[in-house]
Ligand binder design. Sequence first.
Ligand code: NAP
Ligand code: MG
Length: 485
Amino acid sequence: MSVKEVLERETASNLVGNEWVPSSGALYRRVNPADPEDQVGLVALTTPEEVTQAVDRACRARSEWAAVPAPQRADILGRWNRLIAEHSEDLASLMTREMGKPLAESRGELDRARMELEYAVGEGARMHGATIPSRVGGQLVYTQHEPLGVVAAVTPWNFPTVAPIRKFGPALVAGNTVVLKPALESSLTALVLGALLRDAGLPDGVLSIITGDGDVGAALVADRRISGVTFTGSTGVGRSIAETVAKRLGKVQLELGGKNAVYVHSAHDLSKVANHITTAAIQASGQRCTSISRVIVQEEIADQLVDLLSDAYSGYPVGPGLEPGSVVGPLVSQAQYDRVAGYVAQGLAEGAQRVTPDRQVPEGLYYAPTVLDRVTQDMVVARDEIFGPVLTVLRVRDPEDAITMVNDSEYGLAAVVFTEDLELAMRFAREAQAGMVHVNHGTISQPHVPFGGMKGSGVGDFSIGYTSTDFFTQTKTVYLAPVVV
Ligand code: NAP
Ligand code: MG
């Protein structure tokens, strides 16, 4: 049974090509952020030599896996998806114990991950190339998708299953071998996913999961044998990975941070708008790359909207993710707590007004959902990614200023407009500098639709849906004549 198998190992191990390999590196104790007494498991800080060995293993398995027909590779992923479903309750509670999100969200995340995986399974039968008319009689010209080779994946902790599955599914179906370095805080969940893939029949050597901190991630992406790096995480780390990989002209897919803005221009029912905003902002305690963080609102409706946002934020039950009824769980770590508390303090010092009451939340890593009104564009809270349950409200007088404000950011992940004016909606969709634009709904994306950002929020092919194949494969053009003429 994979969850027990991972949690009850006596030594912290990596999963290298289907085998548990104990690491000689130091140990990290993962403790439930909702309960310091609950040790979830031990995670290894993999040594540089062990990183190299994992890449060696991926290199050895490469040609054999690439030679398996894509529909058969997909069959294995389909079996994996069914195993994930069978273990979903154990997985969901592990996710919640490991990173804190409420159990209902962990279950929802698993459903979402399984839908993304279903799409990747379908790609096994869909990765077609093109035939192109040739100028030369009797000659066949076509393109085909080939695997990149060995792919490195580095993931964050906020989506313990979606993040690795979004990479494993399309990378493996395309015929690559993969080495993953998950975030330290969500490594145990990643290892369970790997053990289930082994149980689904993934051939030895195709996938390795090595645990550790940023140094392990840096050592992995620096290995020159890796052809492509798919990374999800912060913009600063993404930049350093891009620099490393660019030197060997490798491929990168970077899904980075955001400072997502919603512009509320007009609405028939503001309470529905508030509901869309808070739903998209509060999940995972706001520790979500597409969380709404800036609410830019027309002055004439601002007071009403702020009241609605503040009511919702002050009413959310805050508590342990495993406790039924908790909507807002603890933040993932003390560092994340200090970061959020620090930003709110800085915002207040710069003149923002806290409109949510100062309420009691359980002791520990819980942060009371907070709405800051009267924020201005020059304040740090309007510019930096806070990654916590904090909404900032900026008031504007006209749409021109609003769109300028939305775009005045180093990030460009998701942007939203609520309006009853079709012309404005179309203008916003055209001018918003964001990889994903939503009109009249929050930032919740779908599991088969390309996902990504622009500017500091991402580089490379979008993930999810058909664009994934573009990243995880190399196009080859073939000119084929039966005989020399
Ligand atoms: P992070 O600090 O950038 O870490 C992401 C991963 O990179 C972790 O596994 C981390 O290891 C590793 N890492 C750190 N330094 C590295 C280096 N120099 N070289 C290689 N790997 C390195 O991000 P996080 O705190 O885990 O996650 C939060 C960030 O992710 C936010 O900015 C959020 O917006 C972004 N995010 C973006 C998306 C998206 O789709 N655009 C989705 C989710 C999250 P350790 O942390 O274990 O040391
Ligand atoms: Mg980290």
